[in-house]
Ligand binder design. Structure first.
Ligand SMILES: Nc1ncnc2c1ncn2[C@@H]1O[C@H](COP(=O)(O)OP(=O)(O)OP(=O)(O)O)[C@@H](O)[C@H]1O
Length: 244
């Protein structure tokens, strides 16, 4: 079998982790109705990292919030691991978000009164894991992100890049199936952004996560497996060679 056919067969064999079907989102802005997402379809397979690019206001954050079950669409379906989240009660959606989804934002949103390690272990303890087990995994994640010596530091004593690395560790603490990131390095200087992004990519690849990562940076988008963009509310697949 040719390499191309083999690759296609392998991709088919990998399961679809995230499926968006005909997602619509409309905002009311004064007398106007803003159709931000129009029948958006997207599938992301296990181990696939997809870049979401597009101009400011195109709807990237809106799409991430809907895919990450933080907001409900006006129409369409979100499925994660084959489960239709739109059929779930609010409680079940929260549970699904906690157990299957990791989210990294542009700002770290760490709790200031807790150490780096405590911030990372908290989601696991909420899920019912014993402290010792949660800390073992938390420390391992911090080690992978080069933060083993910062585990006891509070966020205020960490640099911007370190704070964002803690936020990445926190997002991965519950062993999610899918990771969403909204401009995860957008708040960092270019060099720090490159380092932090490199670490994020390594961890995501090693753990075989499906990921959807919004970025304005074409250099970062090119490092992902596929690139999609939003134009007039429609999701379009882009050839990475067409990125500026
Ligand atoms: N809750 C809301 N109510 C009304 N309009 C909204 C709401 N949330 C977002 N919008 C509008 O929807 C559009 C898309 O916003 P969104 O934040 O998804 O874009 P974006 O592509 O992520 O932009 P950026 O790259 O600047 O973060 C914008 O015009 C925004 O003003």
């Amino acid at each position: 079998m040719s390499d191309l056919l083999k690759t296609t067969a392998e991709q088919r064999a990998r399961k679809v982790v995230l499926r968006l079907e005909k997602i619509d989102r409309i905002f009311n802005q004064g007398p106007d109705q803003l159709e931000i997402l129009k029948a958006v379809d997207l599938e992301i397979h296990q181990g696939e990292i997809v870049a979401l690019v597009g101009p400011s206001g195109a709807g990237k954050s809106t799409l991430l919030q809907i895919a990450g079950l933080l907001e409900k669409p006006d129409g369409g379906l979100v499925s994660i691991g084959g489960k239709r989240s739109t059929d779930l009660s609010d409680l079940a959606r929260t549970e699904m978000r906690r157990s299957h989804i990791g989210f990294v934002y542009q700002y770290h949103h760490l709790l200031p009164e807790f150490s780096a390690l405590e911030n990372v272990v908290m989601p696991q303890m909420i899920k019912g894991l014993k402290r010792a087990e949660a800390e073992e995994r938390g420390l391992e994640l911090l080690r992978c992100l080069g933060l083993e010596k910062r585990a006891d530091h509070r966020p205020a004593r960490l640099s911007g890049g370190e704070q964002q690395r803690v936020a990445i560790a926190r997002a991965l603490a519950n062993v999610p199936d899918v990771l969403f990131a909204d401009e995860p390095t957008g708040n960092l200087d270019p060099q720090t952004a490159e380092t932090v992004f490199g670490m994020l990519m390594t961890l995501v690849r090693e753990t075989g996560l499906a990921s959807l990562i919004a970025t304005h940076n074409p250099e970062l988008a090119r490092q992902m497996d596929r690139v999609v963009t939003l134009r007039d509310g429609h999701l379009i697949e882009l050839d990475p060679a067409d990125l500026p």
